[in-house]
Design a protein around this ligand. Structure first.
Ligand SMILES: *Cc1c(COP(=O)(O)O)cnc(C)c1O
Length: 245
């Protein structure tokens, strides 16, 4: 940023890295970007429903996310976006505009100029897919009922338990590449396995574990507090032991 900051128009990174599981300090990054007059946005694909991003507070200009990972809405479902309140009524801001974002009173007059609705409504594009919206609604209702703070508390314990069990294995062929500090991660731990290939992941899958393999040598596991238990985490560690042996 120090060297090239003033040439950079947009600073955009994942809030939570898909590979390592590392979560970044969004406010700090935003302040740094703004200091150099950059627009700052975050990709919350691995953050939404996982970490508490407090987007408004970070001051970020915008953020985007999908809803089919931690938010459980099913593949192909709608994405989401956040635009900071300070841009809400800026009609000059370039936007991907659609007729659902147009002033409702004149929407059907089919005039050439776009008259954006103030606030979030002004970014609506078109008719939303209702079945996908229903899945998101059901999922968000469940999140609301559980309370995000409760989920986050459980998540820190679940992932901490997973970390503990992996450390206890005392196995030199595995290494956690996700930060150790709970504030710098969400649910996920990425486990690097020495000399492993995808057959390791296949064995885990056959043992009933739903995890993920990333080339060249990383297993991603993410106990989700909404539906995973401490017992699930324990059973995973037992299966991993078996498979590594
Ligand atoms: C899943 C994911 C997305 C969202 O991708 P879709 O096109 O909505 O499937 C974006 N960024 C990252 C890093 C992801 O892992």
């Amino acid at each position: 940023m120090k060297t090239h900051g003033n040439e950079i128009a947009l600073l955009m990174i994942g809030s939570t890295n898909y590979y390592t599981g590392q979560s970044f300090p969004l406010k700090k990054i935003t302040e740094l970007g703004h200091k150099h007059s950059c627009m700052v946005g975050f990709d919350l694909a691995h953050g939404a429903g996982n970490i508490q991003p407090n987007l408004h507070e970070t001051g970020a200009d915008f953020a985007v996310w999908c809803t089919y990972k931690y938010l459980n809405s099913g593949p192909g479902s709608l994405g989401g976006c956040f635009v900071h309140e300070r841009h809400a009524n800026n009609e000059k801001l370039n936007r991907f505009a659609g007729w659902w974002g147009h002033n409702k009173k004149t929407r059907f007059n089919m005039r050439h100029e776009f008259d954006a609705l103030p606030g979030a409504e002004g970014w609506q594009l078109s008719n939303p897919p209702i079945l996908s919206m229903a899945a998101i609604r059901a999922s968000l209702d469940t999140f609301a009922k559980a309370g995000f703070e409760n989920l986050r508390k459980k998540s820190e314990k679940l992932t901490g338990f997973l970390e503990f069990l992996l450390d206890e294995m005392n196995n030199d062929s595995i290494k956690i590449i996700t930060p150790r500090n709970p504030e710098e991660r969400g649910c996920q731990l990425s486990i690097q396995v020495k000399n492993a290939d995808k057959s390791l992941h296949t064995k885990l899958t056959k043992a009933g574990v739903i995890s993920d393999w990333r080339e060249p040598d990383v297993i991603r596991v993410a106990p989700a507090p909404l539906y995973n238990s401490f017992e699930d985490v324990f059973r995973f560690s037992e299966k991993l032991k078996e498979v590594l042996n």
